[in-house]
Unconditional design. Structure first.
Length: 144
């Protein structure tokens, strides 16, 4: 990866998101919890949720990831409250397609993932970017 590639990938916007992740920490009494780890880079995300009537009422995430994984967690954290499992799964699938297949940005309220379009070219970063959404889907499913 050249220096100019790194500058493009780690834009100021990505770094700003990574520095301000909403809902950091853990919940004292979650109804669902999931931990995901990327074997390639070692990034991990643990998500706790409280689900009521099929929607996330409380959310917390413990994020130990690269700047791209942190930025992804920040986008998720800004949009996750009030979402259903189907909405999270649609966002996860759309993000995966955006990264791997050149698909469109996930629909609102998850359209903040557009900041990660430059990461399409870096397949070794995709797993870290997907961790927060994958863990959130698993935590919601465990809550059912």
């Amino acid at each position: 990866m050249s220096d100019s590639d790194l500058v493009k990938l780690y834009s100021g916007r990505i770094l700003a998101l990574a520095a301000d992740i909403p809902h950091l920490g853990r919940l004292p009494a979650p109804t669902g919890t999931a931990r995901r780890r990327s074997p390639l880079c070692g990034s991990t995300v643990t998500v706790d949720v409280v689900v009521t009537d099929g929607r996330i009422k409380q959310f917390a995430q413990d994020v130990k990831a690269c700047a791209l994984g942190q930025a992804s967690a920040a986008v998720l954290g800004a949009a996750v409250l009030g979402r259903s499992l189907a909405e999270l799964e649609a966002a996860r699938d759309a993000l995966r397609a955006m990264l791997k297949d050149g698909g469109p940005v996930p629909a609102a309220p998850f359209d903040g993932y557009e900041v990660l379009i430059p990461a399409r070219e870096y397949k070794n970063r995709h797993a870290s970017i997907l961790l927060a959404l994958e863990a959130s889907c698993e935590a919601m499913a465990a809550s059912a």
